[in-house]
Design a protein around this ligand. Structure first.
Ligand SMILES: Cc1ncc(COP(=O)(O)O)c(C=O)c1O
Length: 464
């Protein structure tokens, strides 16, 4: 296609329902070196399917450890996906114009479903796999509220019960997220709570604590383990199977870019636990890993929760009570308590082991973003592209803008693709604070980091 023609690609590139990808892509098959295994915290031996099946439905436990390159999406999951997928790939013509950049900016819009974010991709898959295995009820944690909303909706669709432990600071900042989950029939509990042993312990240590994803995960696991006959736990990010489910995003985006004869020079996604970024990036990274394709992949984390850029590479737990396997990951320590930034979905202390591994090999780069800069980018995007982005997604927007500005300086016509992982319509208190000039930029001191690092277990083997 000529350059002129590329400036006339449609605003939205759609796929037919019949073009919905049939497989998720598992990057575990194509890693440059083997990834260290997750360990059983008691034996310090590699975790097994049987270990994982205590807490997850068995098919999910099997997916977690699979090394198969492509995993077929069950037909029932594809059927449910068809109610909101394929999602559009959009060309950000107005943003390009506002930035006066020669770069071509595309975003994959994952906010066009009732949950408002990419999280529904894994929620539907997890609920369906649990339902098929006879599970009646799921428990989970939620940070920003998006994962909880997605699981609440998916459970309602499948006739399953759902209990969500919502990090207290988000519970207070985002009452409408809580109400949304309750509308779909879920039981929502502010975490730390007095409902579980983990919550009571956290409150005893600090009655005013804002909560953390690590604590909410422990509470949800406490609850599931106490009701093992009916209940399993579902996690919204970090683990291999969640990253796998999210690759539907990149699988579709590849087909869409192919249709308009484009291929990204740079793929960008924000990083909480890593599933959104991996979802859009991994199918493209397959081309880099297998065929040597030139491609930059940039994940973006908040300066207030800098797991990759300032974290340690170590075995750590995903939760505060140490119920999860020991995961080889960048971590700020399972006891790290991040500031109450508005991007609640990016406040996790660790990063998915698969994404950690790719960062360590230089296959993925990491950028950081401060909260006010993120909202500057969110407002610029909203005023030009009209969609109101989630605070989390605006981290990716900011990095896309930075890269587009570099192109303006160099004159390069790079193709930039980012994941617009969700919308911010339930997050108006964040926009309200920004518009009133009250939004803080947080910088984390080394002392605060040291406190978090002290919670990293010392009995696990060192990893270099
Ligand atoms: C809209 C949105 N984008 C991105 C993220 C981060 O997701 P992940 O944990 O998949 O990195 C979240 C997490 O809640 C989110 O709500």
């Amino acid at each position: 296609m000529t350059q002129n023609a590329k400036n006339h690609v449609p605003h939205h590139v759609y796929l037919e329902e019949s073009e919905l990808p049939k497989d998720w892509y598992n990057i575990a098959a194509d890693l440059p070196t083997p990834m260290p295994p997750a360990l059983h915290p008691g034996t310090l031996q590699p975790i097994t399917v049987d270990d994982l099946a205590n807490i997850f439905a068995r098919p999910i436990a099997e997916m977690e450890l699979s090394k198969e390159r492509f995993i077929e999406i069950p037909e029932r999951v594809r059927e449910l996906y068809r109610s909101f997928r394929p999602s559009p790939l959009c060309r950000a013509y107005n943003l390009e114009k506002a930035l006066k950049t020669p770069a071509r900016i595309y975003y994959k819009f994952e906010g066009n479903n009732p949950s408002g974010s990419h999280k529904l991709n894994s929620a539907i898959a997890q609920v369906e796999l649990n339902r098929a295995a006879g599970v009646k009820r799921l428990t989970t944690e939620t940070g920003g509220g998006q994962w909880g909303s997605a699981l609440a909706i998916a459970c309602k669709m499948a006739g399953m019960d759902c209990t969500v432990y919502m990090v207290k600071v988000s519970y207070e900042q985002k009452p409408f997220r809580r109400i949304l989950m309750e509308t779909y029939g879920s039981n929502v509990i502010a975490s730390p709570s007095t409902t579980t042993e983990s919550g009571r312990r956290a409150l005893a240590q600090n009655p005013d604590c804002l909560g953390s994803l690590g604590c909410a995960i422990s509470e949800a696991m406490d609850d599931a383990l106490a009701h093992k006959d009916t209940t399993r736990y579902a996690l919204g990010s970090v683990l291999n199977h969640v990253l796998l489910h999210q690759t539907i995003i990149g699988q579709e985006a590849k087909k869409q870019m192919e249709k308009i004869d484009e291929y990204p020079d740079i793929v960008i996604g924000c990083c909480g636990g890593g599933s959104n970024f991996s979802g859009i990036a991994n199918p493209f990274l397959m081309d880099k890993l297998r065929d040597g394709k030139k491609l930059r992949a940039i994940t973006v984390e908040p300066a207030a929760c800098p797991s990759i850029t300032r974290g340690k590479y170590a075995y750590d737990f995903a939760d505060l009570s140490h119920y999860t396997p020991l995961l080889p990951m960048y971590t700020l320590g399972n006891g790290f308590e991040p500031p109450g930034i508005h991007a609640g979905g990016l406040r996790f202390h660790g990063v998915a082991p698969l994404l950690t591994h790719l960062c360590r090999h230089g296959i993925v780069e990491c950028a950081t973003a401060a909260q006010r800069d993120v909202f500057d980018a969110a407002i610029l995007f909203a005023q030009n592209e009209i969609i109101l982005p989630a605070a989390e997604s605006a981290h990716a927007i900011l990095e896309a803008i930075r890269q587009a500005k570099i192109c303006r300086e160099t004159g390069e016509e790079k193709v930039i693709l980012f994941s617009l992982s969700g919308t911010g319509y339930f997050d108006m208190t964040a926009y309200q604070s920004y518009l009133a000039g009250n939004l803080q930029n947080y910088s984390i001191t080394d002392d605060v980091l040291a406190k978090g690092f002290a919670s990293i277990p010392t009995n696990a083997p060192a990893i270099d």
